[in-house]
Design a protein around this ligand. Structure first.
Ligand code: MCA
Ligand code: AMP
Length: 487
């Protein structure tokens, strides 16, 4: 059976005392990880689906690995989820239990679920991993333009295929030591940042929280690779001129990788000037895992996301449905993707799943909604998104509609529209345009941000609130966001 279904983590099948992961005060070798995750996997056997309280700790990694060993789909929860977002994710995914560290305080909606404490030691022998590759490994929630976030079903096949394609493109091996400080409830931090090194049999050092000091310490102390979102590289670029230790550590790394949003050319240049190193950009999505990457060692291509990864087909499709065959660097088309890296569908959303593919989820092309051109050498350059109501802030994808609905639930708000504006640190910042219920007594500074953070999540809070007498609308009453005054 295991010959038919190769394990996701070969290094856990025959574990050694090589380091596997380190996060804050906790570190685990492959033997220790196999014992801890094996013991927990045995307790999960027979569960339909489990939630994981995805704080940035070693216990989160143990919990997810245990679920994967047991063949039980894991739903990582943002530990900063507000009450509405958490209720939605729990209602939609209906987990049997929540896995959390013994010391973690869980909010009330989780009281209704059995809690399973994640321990870092355990007697367990590694669970035999013989699970159908098409079965769901993870359910990751991601925002759309309207409505609450959708659960993306990621199969074991997709996870394995995408991580192996990256390994080939980046020559990523068991000798690599990955450093990052990404959140563990999205694809970037969890799939690439935790499952990636563990699949290779290498090491991951998670910073707990991102900081330039942490990057300097861990990259300077044996780290070989760094993963981050552009906001993190922007902050590193700011710190570099006054921090020779950071510059030395980054200069010594084998690979610096940025993704989740575009890294501005100016930040590429600042990092290259201070470290002599080029940041490699790769392009992915929760639904597709990784699609393209600039190849290390090849010519630096700031502003592009490189060429398709092994096994991934990428095409650009024009408005009228015709497939672009040229590479003139000018004609814009929607990026559509096909390959073993694709998700299996949205949980409980057959219509949204069908709409997302040209040709259906089985073997069809996934419509990313990203717009791009193809350069003469085949590299893809992303130039925008089809939906203006999707905002990328700090590398998080955030739907304007979700925030507008939350704002409209505040008693001080009569009308609301949300847009993204360029921001040098976050890429885009969320701006709320609000018509107050009582113009003589509008909501106080910070009140609407707190309200959105409490209902949804802090990263979805508006960073700027602009008060208006009325929103610009067309004859049918639709808000014309393009007519909002520039800030
Ligand atoms: C501030 N805070 C609040 C409020 N205001 N909390 C509650 N209510 C408020 N009104 C708190 C925050 O929780 C946080 O607490 C602190 O103040 C700072 O928050 P914030 O300003 O949001 O953080 P930041 O410093 O701006 O964060 C920047 C960041 C972050 C670290 C770059 O945006 C980040 O981690 N981004 C990564 C996103 C990511 O991984 N995306 C991948 C998805 P405290 O200080 O205690 O934390 S994309 C993906 O997966 C695809 C596949 C791909 O291609 O990668
Ligand atoms: P998410 O749904 O949160 O996984 O975000 C996926 C989106 O992030 C993609 O559709 C792109 O718009 C964006 N993205 C990811 N990587 C890059 C990149 N290297 N450059 C520009 N945009 C990116």
């Amino acid at each position: 059976m295991s010959a038919l279904f190769p394990p996701l983590f070969p290094a856990l099948a025959a574990p050694t005392d090589r380091p596997a992961l380190r996060c804050g005060p906790d570190s685990l070798s492959y033997e220790e990880l196999a014992r801890a995750a094996g013991a927990l996997a045995a307790r999960l056997a027979g569960s339909r689906r489990v939630a994981v309280w995805a704080v940035p700790t070693a216990r989160t990694a143990v919990a997810v690995v245990a679920a994967l060993l047991a063949g039980v789909p894991a739903v990582p929860l943002n530990p900063r989820s507000g009450e509405r977002e958490l209720a939605h994710v729990l209602g939609d995914s209906a987990p049997d239990a929540v896995l959390a560290g013994p010391g973690d305080a869980l909010p009330a909606p989780l009281d209704a679920l059995p809690r399973i404490d994640v321990e870092l030691d355990g007697p367990g022998a590694p669970a035999p991993e013989a699970v159908d590759p098409e079965s769901t490994a993870l359910v990751v929630y991601t925002s759309g333009t309207t409505g609450p976030p959708k659960g993306v079903l990621l199969s074991r096949r997709a996870v394995a295929a995408s991580l192996d394609a990256l390994a080939e493109a980046w020559a990523w091996t068991a000798d690599d030591v990955l450093v990052h400080g990404l959140p563990l409830f999205h694809v970037h931090g969890l799939v690439l940042g935790i499952l990636g090194p563990l699949r290779r049999g290498g090491e991951v050092r998670h910073l707990g929280a991102f900081s330039a000091e942490g990057v300097a310490r861990e990259l300077g102390g044996g780290g070989t690779m760094l993963f981050g979102v552009p906001t993190m590289y922007h902050r590193l670029a700011d710190a570099l001129p006054d921090d020779p230790a950071l510059a030395g550590a980054m200069a010594g790394a084998r690979l610096l990788v940025s993704g989740s949003a575009a890294l501005p050319v100016h930040d590429h240049e600042r990092i290259a000037a201070a470290t002599g190193r080029t940041v490699v950009e790769r392009y992915g999505m929760s639904e597709t895992l990784m699609n393209t990457s600039v190849r290390p060692g090849g010519p630096p291509r700031p502003g592009t996301v490189g060429t398709p990864l092994p096994g991934v087909e990428v095409r650009l499709v024009e408005e009228d449905g015709s497939v672009l065959d040229g590479s003139d660097g000018e004609t814009v088309g929607e990026v559509q993707v096909r390959g073993p890296n694709l998700f299996s569908g949205y949980l409980n959303r057959p219509e949204a799943t069908a709409e997302a593919f040209d040709g259906g989820p089985a073997g069809g092309w996934f419509r990313t909604g990203d717009m791009a051109v193809r350069e003469s050498d085949g590299t893809i350059r992303l130039v925008g998104r089809k939906a203006t109501d999707l905002i990328k802030s700090g590398g998080y994808k955030i739907g304007a509609g979700e925030i507008e609905n939350a704002l409209l639930d505040h008693p001080g708000v009569r009308e609301a529209a949300v847009t993204g504006e360029p921001d040098p640190d976050l890429g885009e910042r969320i701006v709320a345009w609000v018509v107050p219920a009582d113009p003589s007594d509008p909501p106080a500074d910070g009140e609407l941000a707190d309200h959105v953070a409490r209902l949804l999540a802090p990263h979805k809070r508006p960073r700027t609130v602009r008060l208006l007498d009325a929103l610009p609308r067309n004859d049918l009453g639709k808000v014309l966001k393009k007519r909002l005054p520039r800030g």
